[in-house]
Design a protein around this ligand. Structure first.
Ligand code: 2PG
Length: 231
């Protein structure tokens, strides 16, 4: 029985300022780092075999804190961020060989990045609601198929996150590995929509808190048998 642990990054500076963030690469604030430390404690009994994260620093920081701020999660192994060794500007792996017994590899992918918020990025959410109306802003933020101006809908986001989940993450779960995924409110909402079989009408009500791990049990056939929210 494998575990899939999904965690939305801790509070970022722009979560705290109530600004549309999307692909703007803002870091965690103090509260976010504390939340990530709490998440680390909550997942410490799971013995994580590998990790996937987006490329955005708030998810990378959350990953690093989750895998270093508790004794259990890495079972004495080193967490190692895996960069693209085909990139000619990359250097550094020549004299290191890792492997499952020594490290917890962390794979980074833009497919797990937050939904792109287009022209809304940087604007305050409450001020935008006053300007264009609460209902329109709610549609932009939570509907499945409505796109924010020049941005991605949740449907667009799902078109990259779900194939990534099926092709890159699920094979590890099927072979019994425990996998941590550190990502974002909407990239994770799209994955949870798929895992929980939520309809387009149900998904607007799905909200994810920062830094709260969600654990799924998966059997050998890749069937999801249980979901636990570690509040
Ligand atoms: O601004 C964003 O990128 C996201 C997540 O913080 O916001 P929302 O919850 O409004 O989709």
């Amino acid at each position: 029985m494998a575990k899939l642990i999904l965690v939305r990054h801790g509070q970022s500076t722009w979560n705290a300022a109530n600004r549309f963030t999307g692909w703007v690469d803002v870091p965690l604030n103090h509260v976010g780092r504390q939340e990530a430390m709490e998440a680390a404690k909550k997942i410490s009994s799971y013995q994580i075999d590998l990790c996937f994260t987006s490329l955005l620093v708030r998810a990378l920081e959350t990953t690093a804190i989750c895998l270093t701020e508790c004794d259990g999660a890495c079972s004495g192994k080193s967490p190692v961020f895996k960069h693209d060794t085909d990139d000619p500007s990359w250097h550094g792996w020549d004299h290191y060989s890792g492997g499952k017994s020594k490290e917890v590899p962390i794979f980074m992918s833009p497919d797990l990045d937050e939904r792109y918020y287009g022209e809304l990025q940087g604007f305050n959410k409450a001020e935008m609601a006053q300007k264009v109306g609460k209902d329109i802003v709610h549609q932009w933020r939570r509907s499945f198929s409505v796109r924010p101006p020049k941005g991605e809908s949740l449907e667009d986001t799902a078109a990259r996150t779900i194939p990534f989940f099926q092709n890159r993450i699920l094979p590890y779960l099927k072979q019994g590995d425990n996998v941590l995924v550190s990502a974002h409110g909407n990239s994770l909402r799209s994955i949870i929509m798929y895992l929980d079989h939520l309809s387009q009408e149900e998904v607007p009500n799905l909200e994810l808190a920062t830094g709260i791990p969600i654990v799924y049990d998966i059997d050998e056939g890749g069937k999801f048998t249980k979901k636990t929210v570690l509040k």
